[in-house]
Ligand binder design. Structure first.
Ligand code: HEM
Length: 513
């Protein structure tokens, strides 16, 4: 056995040296491929580049610091892999929108593929497959007409209000149920009965697992992919165990709900959903389904991409209300004045509730949910502002920094819906709306934007209409501190705060029931 260990250690060390050499030569070679310099950035060390300066979490905070020092574009390298961070909205539009032909692929993180998440639409490389998948998602989620999802969002929001009345101290659980129930009904025709629904739990487990694949703990696999072949006992890294567990989850979540929905479709018991509509349009006489893999993958991606993000927006709403009681009061006054107390708000009330709409727009700006977007990948060499950007660069739009630009948003850390009202802030309405960047850019921009905007609006308006959200007073008579911590993976999600969520009046209770 010791001889074997020696052999494998020598073997892996020699692999290391060869990989290092290849990366070094590759980096040198790339440097000489254009006369133009790379964009500015922190000084790089030979071979390892900026690896020593890369944070293990919250890359967006470091990116902001670099952005202040180097400007709109920051170029860094990680073991020979080029990364570009774009810090201004204008540069995002110039590169990711106007040159979307070459800026619309995705990097391929080794860990995500090992774990079996390679089928996610958000990882699909640019090309025909992606066009097909995005075509499906646009049809069902960017317009409410195909699935009539607005009605379902309203119905499920009433269940949310009942849930908050029953279990006011666990608002996160209720918000997860709301978003999960609408998504699963829209995608598979699955009806969620309670917060413990098995598909919601499966989705949550997948989200946790997929979040690990983007963890920096496994970034070493991107630099030394051959390490994935090392025996588990030799490497003493736990990634193989993590991979085995994730592989199971990714397969079950991709195929399981589809199989159930297909069975219901064939039995004639299926409810109207993205899956049942696509099956009915694509089923052939022999029972096979045209383009079934893309249908399966697009449907299975929706929970993964839509649930955590939309829940985070609503979690931020609770935090914002706890921090800004005056905003809550003004929103409630608008609803009382415009809608009265005989009915709950509906999505068609959007145009007559400008302040509530402004709260939603501010929610998409304040504490952005996907601070560095999902990275794009440049497929050809490019030039911009007399800089050379090499093919193979991973490109991050710095949504975090754009949303906090004090030139555009005075007092950017404050939650101020008034900034979106004409005449409401003395500086006037900012020209850059948060909806223009929070959902990403170009041909990879979020296909769920409209769906998310609608569910956030109806949930916010309905909660404001019927509940007061207030800080708790502790046994010592002082306010219980808010939990302003955030889970920090690709999605930045606030943690739950202890608070009091109480119906505004007996009339609210009757309306909810
Ligand atoms: C508040 C809620 C949401 C936010 C903030 C959000 C944000 C984003 C962002 C920043 C991206 C990356 C865009 C880019 O690469 O430039 C994205 C991609 C994506 N989003 Fe959303 N999203 C939300 C809700 C949803 C919902 C409800 C769905 C479900 C339909 C969805 C489905 C997707 C998909 C499939 C992608 C990948 C698109 C691709 O790679 O081509 N998202 N989202």
């Amino acid at each position: 056995m010791p001889a074997l260990i020696d052999f494998l250690t020598i073997k892996s060390a020699s692999y290391f040296v060869v990989s290092a050499l290849v990366a070094f030569l590759y980096a040198r070679n790339r440097k000489s491929s254009s006369k133009l310099p790379f964009p500015p950035g922190p000084p790089r060390l030979p071979f390892v580049g900026n690896v020593h300066q890369m944070p293990t979490t919250r890359l967006w905070e470091k990116a902001e610091e670099w952005g202040r020092e180097f400007g709109d574009l920051v170029y860094v390298e990680n073991m020979g892999k080029p990364l570009l961070i774009i810090n201004s909205y204008e540069a995002c539009i110039e590169l990711l929108n106007k040159k979307s032909r070459i800026y619309s692929s995705r990097p391929a993180p080794v860990m995500a593929y090992l774990e079996g998440w390679g089928w996610l639409v958000s990882l699909t490389p640019f090309g025909d497959k992606l066009r097909k998948q995005r075509g499906y998602l646009h049809r069902f989620f960017q317009s409410s007409e195909t699935l009539n999802y607005l009605e379902l969002q309203e119905r499920e929001t009433i269940i949310l209000l009942n849930g908050l009345m029953r279990d006011p101290s666990h608002y996160e659980r209720q918000l997860r149920r709301l978003v999960g129930a609408v998504i699963l009904a829209n995608v598979y025709g699955h009806e969620v009965n309670d917060e413990g629904d098995s598909l919601i739990q499966l989705g949550e487990a997948c989200l946790k697992s997929a979040a690990t694949s983007s963890s920096v703990d496994y970034a070493f696999l991107d630099f030394f992919p051959w390490l994935q072949y090392m025996p588990e006992w030799l490497l003493r890294a736990k990634f193989q165990k993590v991979v085995r567990e994730a592989l199971q989850l990714s397969e079950v979540s991709r195929m399981g709900p589809h199989a159930t929905a297909k069975k219901q479709f064939l039995d004639g018991t299926a409810k109207l959903s993205m899956t049942s509509i696509l099956l009915s349009e694509n089923i052939r006489e022999d029972g096979s389904v045209l383009d079934e893999q893309n249908i399966i993958d697009s449907a299975a991606t929706v929970f993964m991409a839509g649930a955590d993000t939309s829940v985070s927006a609503l979690m931020n709403f609770f935090l914002a209300m706890l921090m800004n009681p005056d905003v809550q009061k003004r929103g409630q006054e608008e609803i009382d004045r415009v809608i009265g107390s005989d009915r709950l708000p509906q999505i068609r009330d959007r145009d007559s509730l400008p302040y509530v709409r402004a709260i939603c727009t501010e929610l998409f700006r304040w504490e952005v949910i996907v601070p560095l977007g999902i990275p794009h990948y440049l497929t050809e060499d490019d030039e911009y502002m007399r800089y050379h950007i090499p093919a193979g660069t991973t490109v991050f739009p710095n949504i975090w920094m754009i949303s906090r630009d004090p030139k555009c948003y005075p007092d950017p850390l404050a939650f101020k819906p008034e900034r979106w009202l004409p005449g409401g802030a003395k500086e006037g309405v900012p020209s850059l709306r948060s909806e223009d960047y929070t959902f990403g850019f170009g041909r990879r921009a979020c296909p769920g934007q409209k769906w998310a905007e609608h569910i956030v609006f109806i949930a916010v308006a309905s909660i404001l209409a019927t509940f007061n959200i207030e800080r708790m007073i502790g046994l010592d008579g002082n306010l219980v501190p808010l939990n302003d911590e955030y889970h920090a993976t690709i999605v930045r999600a606030p943690k739950e705060s202890q608070c009091k969520v109480t119906p505004r009046s007996d009339n609210s209770v009757n309306l909810i029931r």
